[in-house]
Design a protein around this ligand. Sequence first.
Ligand code: SAH
Length: 332
Amino acid sequence: MKEMGEPGFRGKQVFSWLHRGAVSFDEMSDLSKPLREKLKTQCVITVPRVARKQVSRLDGTVKYLWELADGNCIETVLMQYHHGNTVCISSQVGCRMGCAFCASTIAGKVRDLTPAEMLDQVLFTQLDSGQEISNIVLMGIGEPMDNLDNVLRFLELVNSHDGMNIGMRHISLSTCGVIPGIRRLAELELQLTLSVSLHAPDSETRSRIMPVNRAFDVDDLFDACHRYFQKTGRRISFEYAMIDGINDSDWQADLIAKKLRGMPGHVNLIPLNDVVESPFKPSKRVAAFQKRLESHGLTATVRRSLGGDIDASCGQLRRKAMEEARKGEDSQ
Ligand code: SAH
């Protein structure tokens, strides 16, 4: 606003309109007509369109497929927990990390999301559902550390007192183990929760299911996690999707405990979601593995699965829509 020769407080007015879900400058009735016209020529307001919305009959989980201004689609999931409503947002259109069990990465990465497109997911999910959002997890499609500048700007916006004012302690960021990103985040000493998608504590298994391990080996990843804890004092949450015969042996639980010694880790065991395209099957040893971790004094929880009836996990809805669009083209 100052650059446009306007007083600074006008910026606050626009910021506040945008956070009430204004989709055009014409709605901003406390701005003068000439200013609104000027804004129209110099700025755009991003407004995602609901391309699909599915509500789980089992638990009320809502899944949105948003269409962005350029026609790309992204997923957002709204989950109701006793501690409040949590929204799981995407950070990229697609993903280039290539994890073998994950549907989000099958067609690769199309592009990064802008800070506004991440913020829109939180804001428009709240406006459309009428449910106030209290927690955010960056666990949708994409690798946040592969788009870190935009993610950091988004965090600043969503944390703003004049905006959605969501506290850092109510935000989790999940990474597949991009070490430079973890280091950079550690320096910032934010109060958010870092989640690390571990999925295997040994190099051989991890490289087999997560190509990122060939660039950033799991032993270096553990080192980076220890440093992150020393720097921030924040407990890291380790995500572990249980895959039959691959990462569910007792020796792997023992190795996790050994590698986490010296920091208060929390292991979140995820029953594997069946992805049609993937050869991996859900493990039958989830409870046994949890016990084994606990025998070493670790905290281990099993993630409750929500939205099982609405393709709510990991890029499944976006894939389904892409698949249907492709079939539609074929039949024309
Ligand atoms: N790229 C980031 C953010 C995605 S978070 C990351 O990797 O952490 C999504 C979480 O779901 C990750 O822990 C991911 O490994 C996990 N996931 C992916 N596919 C899954 C599947 N089929 N079953 C269970 N969890 C899966």
